[in-house]
Design a protein around this ligand. Sequence first.
Ligand SMILES: [Zn+2]
Length: 192
Amino acid sequence: MSKVLEDVLAANAAYAQGFDQGDLAMPPARQFAILTCMDARLDPAKYAGLAEGDAHVIRNAGGRASNDAIRSLVISYKLLGTREWFVIHHTNCGMETFTDEVMRGLLASSLKTASVDASGWHDSGEGPGSTEGNYIDWLTIKDNAQSVVEDVTRIRQHPLVPKSIPIYGYIYDVKSGELVEIPEATAAGRPG
Ligand SMILES: [Zn+2]
């Protein structure tokens, strides 16, 4: 058994031992949802003060408003009653460090983990890789604040999203732990 697998199962056994949250309702008690990045430094339960059962947290690379993120948000309000949404990107996001072209090139070269230095990403070059990456939009980020504005705007304008849901745009600062509002995004997400 790998060390990680062993540690996770041990942690879970301890967690289940003291578990007393078995009677929570399925709909989020505080009726809101957060779309945010999968970055390991972000803990939405801590940075936004969530307890089990409080809110939906949808995560992907970048916290981007991908079709799948929108699928989750639509389920979140339509079936589970959330009424306010946050889009929260963050400083120092890995999605700012590459482009579609770079990612596609790395994957075409090999499936090994790439390395990064001051000059950018480099592949170890032990192929084979795959050109399947050419068919994926990696939703990379050029400008952090702009990406929040774009994602809030996309969600706001989506035909399956009701105009009544306010969408707030923020950037989480990985140095200070603070949520910093992007006013242009929140304005774009104002309910209509
Ligand atoms: Zn990120």
